[in-house]
Design a binder for this molecule. Sequence first.
Ligand code: HEM
Length: 491
Amino acid sequence: MDMVNSSAVPFSIALVFIAAVITKVAWGRKTTDLVSSCTNTLTRPPAVITGITSAVLLLHTLCTKGFRAMLQEQYTKFGSVFTISFFGMKTTFLVGPEVSAHFYQGPESEISHGNFLDFTVPMCGKDVGYGVDIATRIEQSRFYLDTLKPAKLRCHFAPMLQEVEKYFAQWGQQGTVDLKQELDQLLMLISARCLLGKEIREKMVDEVFSTFHDLTENSLQLTSLLFPYAPTPTTQRRDKARARLSSIFAEIEDLLQNLMDSKYKDGRPTTEAEVTGLLIGLLFAAKHNTTSTSTWIGARLLSHTECLEAALEEQQHIVNKHGDNIDYDTLLEMSFLHCCIKEALRMHPPSTIFLRKVHKNFTVQTTEGYKYEIPRGHTIASPLVINHNIPHIYKDPDVYDPHRFSHGREEDRVGGKFTYNAFGGGRHACAGEAYAYMQVKVIWSHLLRNFELKLVSPFPKTNWLKLIPEPRGEVEVSYKRRILPRNMLEK
Ligand code: HEM
């Protein structure tokens, strides 16, 4: 079982509290007044901390057993709705699909990201995302959806495959690599080619990605999160990196054409500053999530012989049917590989928890029939680390079992729409889900077909100190070239 690192308080909990502090400052007295003026006729969720002793016990569990174990304990004790209150900051946890519908699909006027994502403004710019009003932001989300919709993905397939083939052609006949580092490099090249265009891929990929790295690293430092506009060395490095990226993007002609061609409802085309901001947002959303996911798939597959064999068998079957060449449609036949990716994401979701701010009281009802009112002003949280491990939904949740998503079992449908949330859901669902699956399948089908792989290092622990919890340390994998033998063509 992949337990939370006992010595490290995960980054996500830090974010919860940072967000809570920021929110607290921003909402200040207003929030307190609003909450206290709420009606008391409906029951409030059970409060986890009712005195100093329970606060100490909770902190003790957090520090000794970790974030997931701490939440799991509360879930077992109180059920699917409970409020944790730290230093007067209240966060209500909604665990499981029965109580999550409003969280994911409530209207922006009633439930929103609040100011949790304000840290992205200096990173992406004031012209996009959380720097603009909600109506403009919704239109910009549509630009992403239009750009990445499945119908447009076919045009990314050939360049993506070329990048993958070219990259692995550099590997020798056999050897040992750090899979995490290799996939990080490869995904940088794919993102450059498919999301930024050929010119950047060919002429300045290193500069763009080292600048992008400076931008994201410095944007996510604690000081930048807490004081985004203070003139600290971190924010200065962040702003310098952003300015450099803007000037590079301004000179490049073949940046993702779809985004550049996007138009607002009133017919206004996107500006240069908007395209730059949207591209930075896209790169941020795309690269980090996929790097960690592709590495986790490797670690999981290579430590489960049965799954590895089943994945190979599927590739063999496809090779027998279509020959060595793969195209976009071939990827759609890789249903077991699809399940392997989905299962790795269930166990290692890049976002471990989602946070929202409540602007209008709402009620939730648990499966046991308890009804709770969540008051305006509360922070609410949907913890994927628990949602994805509920035993009455996911059988033996600590076991890597891709078949749980296969036809006939489909455990993610047991509880309805919000049972599986690796890509979010509802209003803020990931725009790049289909692109992400395509990318990871292109990489892993190539690896399975062309290499015999073994995990040399122990199964990696999770680095909870990262915003996106990735495998800790090197993921050492040995490889040996092979060609999947072609049997008789199957009918
Ligand atoms: C395994 C890979 C990925 C995972 C697990 C993932 C997950 C997510 C999640 C959970 C959200 C919503 C966050 C929220 O509720 O605020 C999101 C948003 C988003 N993702 Fe992904 N993502 C992945 C890959 C990608 C890729 C490859 C792209 C682009 C090529 C992408 C583009 C986006 C965009 C544009 C948004 C923002 C949508 C909006 O604001 O309307 N993602 N992603």
